[in-house]
Write a protein of this length. Structure first.
Length: 143
């Protein structure tokens, strides 16, 4: 039996050297460096770059495994809470474009994977996106 059927270790390896920097930037409310693909992953099929493909989440099952991972799930929650706590007027203020779109996609994916009535992902969707999931993510998930 394989311990990591979704190769989640690729996220751990990518986050290791930059996660503290990412959290500092999110706390300040201004992303300045390049880590979006593996800190706020989105569904595979939305992006076409090598990084989007490598760090794309292939399915709801993989997204659920990511949330349940003892490191990755907490990091995603902490990073999302940092954006919520920074309280920007818009996510474009924090991420710029097109990373604001990636954040919407990520929140939509993990809200669907979480499935609970309350999560930081749902809170982010409610605050900045009128409670609506990203259309591309919803289409690929069949929502």
């Amino acid at each position: 039996m394989q311990d990591d059927p979704f190769d989640l270790k690729r996220f751990i390896a990518a986050q290791m050297p930059v996660f503290d920097t990412a959290m500092a930037e999110l706390t300040r409310g201004c992303k300045e460096t390049h880590w979006m693909w593996f800190v706020f992953p989105q569904l595979r099929g939305l992006g076409r770059s090598e990084m989007a493909i490598r760090y794309g989440i292939a399915s709801l099952d993989e997204a659920r495994a990511y949330l349940q991972h003892r490191v990755l799930g907490r990091r995603l929650e902490f990073a999302t809470e940092a954006v919520l706590s920074a309280d920007p007027k818009s996510v474009t203020t924090v991420f710029g474009t097109p990373d604001d779109l990636k954040f919407h996609s990520c929140m939509s994916l993990f809200d669907a994977a979480d499935g609970s009535a309350w999560s930081p992902y749902r809170s982010a969707l409610n605050r900045w996106f009128g409670g609506k999931p990203d259309a591309g993510t919803a289409r690929l998930l069949g929502l």
